[in-house]
Design a binder for this molecule. Sequence first.
Ligand code: ATP
Ligand code: MN
Ligand code: MN
Length: 291
Amino acid sequence: KPAAAQRARATSAASSQLRITHPDRVIDEASGTTKIELVRFYESVADWLMPHLEQRPLALVRAPEGVGGELFFQKHVEGNDLIVVRNMAEVLAFTQLNTIELHTWNSRSDKLDKPDRIVFDLDPGEGVAFAQVKEGAQLVRALLEELSLKSWLKTSGGKGLHVVVPLTRRADHETCKAFSRAVVEHLAATLPKRFSAKSGPRNRVGKIFVDYLRNGEGQTTASAFSVRARPGLGVSMPIAWDDLADLKGGDQWKVRDARDHLSFVKQDPWADYWTCRQTLTAGQKMLAADD
Ligand code: ATP
Ligand code: MN
Ligand code: MN
């Protein structure tokens, strides 16, 4: 069990009271996965998932007609309030409403203006092999390490990888975004064949676009343990840096095997993420000195 998940346990049983309509409806033709399988998956990873959601504004990707149909990206509930879940029962209530993906802000509701993390979203352009994405993640990690910042790795559940830097809550969104942009621009300037700092498909053919825009205020990233509304239903999975070499793809784990994988993991690869205390200050100074 993940160390930080004790609180979620009490609530994870609440789902038995929730009525799931159309439990046997297939939500992904590619894998034949049903709505109830998705609900059971989320229930089964409650202790792993909840620490990533707690107090954090969410965006939901809802798929009323399944993965092949129209997807709805929802950031508010009635009355235009941000969505924040208190427990697993509330997550499962959203799955009853055909939610597949869970995306989160970089900040928590008690201090919305001060992010507790930065995300580097590695997006491979056309013609980029996954080996190059893995190398890209290592390079992002190495640069961050040079800037005295520890980072953690997860698959996106889709094509790429997410490198996440936990922060104590001092800097605002603007500062975090500016810093992450400077990191990405430095990478693109130093290794222009590998990295692009510009979004848009034409700018990243054969390259990795490291998307720093995820760090703007109100922006979201797919949460760890979120299922993805894409054929095969990949899952965003935290992994250890040591396991990156063996990784096969951003969607290596799917809704049907992600939970089993966790049973084999000896130690939560993100155990130290939650206790890491670091600020941008040192890294900012070093990057600024570079100009
Ligand atoms: P991949 O590894 O395949 O890139 P990903 O989750 O990183 O998977 P991206 O396309 O890189 O996918 O990220 C899209 C980001 O945009 C997500 O983090 C999501 O939270 C955000 N987003 C903002 N608006 C939308 C929207 N309307 N639909 C989907 N995503 C949205
Ligand atoms: Mn991405
Ligand atoms: Mn992206």
